[in-house]
Ligand binder design. Structure first.
Ligand code: DAT
Ligand code: MG
Length: 150
C-alpha cells in the first residue's frame, strides 16, 4: 500500500564511514516519506530484542557487539511497497551477492559489516518501529505525494 512503513537503520559502520546522508538521500530521491529519524547508541539488551529471531546463531554474539559498538541512525520510511522496495534498495544480506547500485552492493564487502538494516516483512516492520520508536511517530502531510503517486 501507499502508506506502508518500513524500519531502516544505518548500522554503526555506516555512521562511522559517513554514509548516513547517502543512504537517507536514496530513500528521499526514490519518493519515500521520512516519518521518523534519530541517532541512538543502543544497548545490547535492546539489540537482542531487535534481532530476537537470530538468537542461537553462531554469529549472534558478534552481531550484538558490533551493533552496540557505536550509534545507529534509526528511521521510518513510508510509501508504496516500502518493505519490499527497501529490501531491494539494500541488496542481499551478504554484500558479495549484492548487485551494484544497491546500498550494500555499493558500500560493503563483509556480511558482518553490511552497513544498513531494513525490515523483511510488514509484520516485522511494525514490531521494529514499535521497538525503536516507542514515543510514536510524527504525522504530517507530504506535499510531494501527488507528484509521486497516481
Ligand atoms: P538482513 O540484515 O539482510 O535482514 P538477517 O536478518 O538474516 O539479514 O541477519 C541480520 C544480520 O546478521 C545481517 O545483516 C548480518 C548478520 N548476519 C547474517 N548472517 C550472517 C552470517 N552468516 N555471518 C555473520 N553475520 C551474519
Ligand atoms: Mg533481517
Amino acid at each position: 500500500s501507499v502508506n506502508e512503513r518500513t524500519y531502516i537503520m544505518v548500522k554503526p559502520d555506516g555512521v562511522q564511514r559517513g554514509l548516513v546522508g547517502n543512504i537517507i538521500g536514496r530513500f528521499e530521491q526514490r519518493g519515500f516519506k521520512l516519518i521518523a529519524l534519530k541517532l541512538v547508541h543502543a544497548t545490547p539488551e535492546h539489540l537482542e530484542k531487535h534481532y530476537a529471531d537470530l538468537k542461537g546463531k553462531p554469529f549472534f554474539p558478534g552481531l550484538i557487539q558490533y551493533m552496540a559498538s557505536g550509534p545507529v541512525v534509526a528511521m521510518v520510511w513510508q510509501g508504496l511497497d516500502a518493505v519490499k522496495t527497501g529490501r531491494s534498495m539494500l541488496g542481499a544480506t551478504n554484500p558479495l551477492a549484492s548487485a551494484p547500485g544497491t546500498i550494500r552492493g555499493d558500500f560493503a564487502l563483509a556480511v558482518g559489516r553490511n552497513i544498513c538494516h531494513g525490515s523483511d516483512s510488514v509484520e516485522n516492520a511494525e514490531k521494529e518501529i514499535a521497538l525503536w520508536f516507542p514515543e510514536g511517530i510524527v504525522q504530517y502531510t507530504h506535499d510531494q505525494a501527488k507528484w509521486i503517486f497516481e
